[in-house]
Design a protein around this ligand. Structure first.
Ligand code: NZQ
Ligand code: ZN
Length: 385
C-alpha cells in the first residue's frame, strides 16, 4: 500500500428529514446565499418551497441560479460567477444532483480566478481558496456531495473536463433519502452504474496489498447488487434509497481509494462520449466499463478473479477465465436492469470514434492498469459499438 494523507472536511447530515437542518447549516455559509438549482424537479416535490422557508426563517437573503442541465454547462457557471460578484454573495447552496453540485463548485472555483473559469479546466490553472458551498443532495450517484471534484461541459468546444481541489469540498451535505425517492427509474439506475464505476476505478488497479480498501470496495459492490432489485420493484422504498445513497457517498469520498494507484481511464473515455453526444454519465459508463475491463483483463487477471469469486461467487482455478466470466456477469446485471452496454443501443455509430479517442487523451495517455494512448482508446470504443 502507498503512503497517503486523508483529509475529508465535509460534514454529512444523513437521514430521513435531515433536510430540516438546512437553515441552521446554511447560516454557516453566510447571510447572502446563491441557491443553485436544476431544471425543476425539486419544485415538483415541494423541496424548493421547504428549503426557501427554512433559509428565510434564519434571515438568509437568497439569490437564485436555476436551470442547471445534466452535463452542466460552463455558460451557466459564468453567469453564477457574475451574480456572486455583483451581489457580494457569501456562500453557495446546491440543491440537486451531481450536475447542480458541480456547477456550484465551479462557480466557487471561478470566483477566485481573475480570468475565464474554463481556464481552470482546460489549462489546469491553480484553484485558490474561495467561498463555502453547502449541498442538499437529491440523487445518489456522483459522490460530489463529499469530494473536491467538479465536471463541466463546454458546448462550444465540445469538451467535458474535470477540476479537483481541496477548496471546493462542500462544507456540509444533507443526505435525506426522501429527497431521492422521486428520481425517475432510469436516472436512479444510471446513478447506480456511476457508483459501481467509481468503485471499479479504485478497485481494479495494480496495488497489491490495500486489502482493507479492496474489501470495503467489495462491500459496496455487493450492497449495490443486492439492493438495486428492491428499487426496480419499488422506487419509493426509502430504506433501499438510504442504502444506495450512502453507497454513493462512500464510493467517491476518497476512503476506498487511499493508498491505491487507481485507474480512471473509463471515466475519461465516458466524458469524451458525453461531451459529443450529451448522454447521461452513468449510461456512458455502463457501455465503456465492461469493454475497458476486457481490454485490460490480461494485465491484472487475479484482480478480476477476485471480482468473480468474491462478488459473483464464481469457482475455478484459472484467473483469466473467472475474470472474463465476471465481466459477463456485470454485463448481464446491467442489461437485466435495463441499462444498455453498447453504443449502438443508444444510437451512436462509429462516425466520431476518432474524435472521442482524441478528446479522452487530451492531456496524454490515460489509466494505470494499462497506459492507454489514443489508439488503445479507439480500440476500446470499437469494442463498445
Ligand atoms: O434538473 P432536475 O430537474 O433537478 O432533474 C435532474 C436531471 O434531469 C434529475 N433529478 C435529480 N434529482 C431528482 C431528479 N428528478 C426527480 N427527483 C429528484 N430528486 O435527474 C437528472 C440527472 O441529474 P444530474 O445531476 O445530471 O445527475 P448526476 O447526479 O448523475 O450527475 C451527473 C453529472 O456529474 C458528473 C457527471 O459527469 C455528470 O456531468 N460527475 C461528477 C463527479 C464528481 N463531481 O465527483 C464524478 C462523476 O464521475 C461524474 O463525472
Ligand atoms: Zn462517475
Amino acid at each position: 500500500m502507498r503512503n497517503f494523507t486523508f483529509h475529508n472536511p465535509t460534514k454529512i447530515i444523513f437521514g430521513i428529514d435531515s433536510t430540516n437542518e438546512v437553515g441552521k447549516e446554511a447560516k454557516t455559509l453566510g447571510r447572502k446565499i446563491l441557491l443553485v438549482l436544476g431544471q425543476g424537479s425539486i419544485k415538483k416535490i415541494g423541496l424548493y418551497d421547504k428549503i426557501v422557508k427554512l433559509l428565510k426563517d434564519e434571515g438568509i437573503e437568497i439569490f437564485e441560479l436555476e436551470g442547471v442541465k445534466p452535463n452542466p454547462r460552463v455558460d451557466l457557471v459564468r453567469k453564477g460567477i457574475e451574480m456572486v460578484r455583483e451581489n457580494n454573495i457569501e456562500g453557495i447552496l446546491a440543491v440537486g444532483g451531481g450536475s447542480v453540485i458541480d456547477t456550484a463548485k465551479a462557480i466557487a472555483a471561478g470566483l477566485s480566478y481573475e480570468g475565464d473559469v474554463w481556464d481552470l479546466f482546460k489549462y489546469r490553472k491553480p484553484i485558490k481558496p474561495t467561498i463555502p458551498i453547502g449541498v442538499v443532495l437529491t440523487l445518489a450517484a456522483t459522490g460530489s456531495e463529499m469530494n473536491g471534484n467538479a465536471v463541466i461541459s463546454n458546448m462550444e468546444t465540445q469538451e467535458k473536463l474535470a477540476i479537483s481541489s481541496p477548496y471546493i469540498y462542500p462544507k456540509f451535505s444533507i443526505l435525506d433519502p426522501k429527497n431521492t425517492a422521486s428520481v425517475p427509474l432510469n436516472h436512479t439506475l444510471y446513478g447506480i452504474v456511476d457508483i459501481l464505476s467509481h468503485v471499479f476505478e479504485q478497485y481494479f488497479d495494480r496495488e497489491e496489498d490495500a486489502i482493507l480498501q479492496d474489501r470495503f470496495a467489495e462491500a459496496i459492490i455487493k450492497t449495490i447488487i443486492e439492493t438495486t432489485p428492491k428499487l426496480t420493484e419499488n422506487p419509493e422504498d426509502l430504506k433501499a434509497r438510504a442504502v444506495i445513497l450512502w453507497c454513493g457517498t462512500n464510493a467517491l469520498n476518497g476512503i476506498i481509494g487511499v493508498g491505491k494507484e487507481q485507474d480512471w481511464a473509463s471515466h475519461a473515455i465516458e466524458h469524451a462520449i458525453s461531451a459529443l453526444y450529451d448522454i447521461p454519465h452513468g449510461l456512458g459508463l455502463a457501455i465503456v466499463f465492461p469493454h475497458w475491463m476486457k481490454y485490460v483483463l490480461d494485465a491484472i487477471p487475479h484482480k478480476f478473479a477476485n471480482f468473480g469469486r468474491n462478488i459473483w461467487g464464481l469457482k475455478g482455478e484459472d484467473d483469466f477465465e473467472i475474470g472474463l466470466k465476471a465481466i459477463d456477469k456485470l454485463i448481464d446485471f446491467y442489461e437485466g436492469i435495463g441499462v444498455p452496454t453498447k453504443l449502438s443501443k443508444v444510437g451512436i455509430n462509429d462516425e466520431k470514434l476518432e474524435e472521442m479517442a482524441e478528446k479522452a487523451t487530451l492531456f496524454g495517455p490515460i489509466g494505470n492498469v494499462k497506459r492507454l494512448n489514443k489508439e488503445d482508446v479507439y480500440k476500446i470504443l470499437q469494442m463498445c459499438l
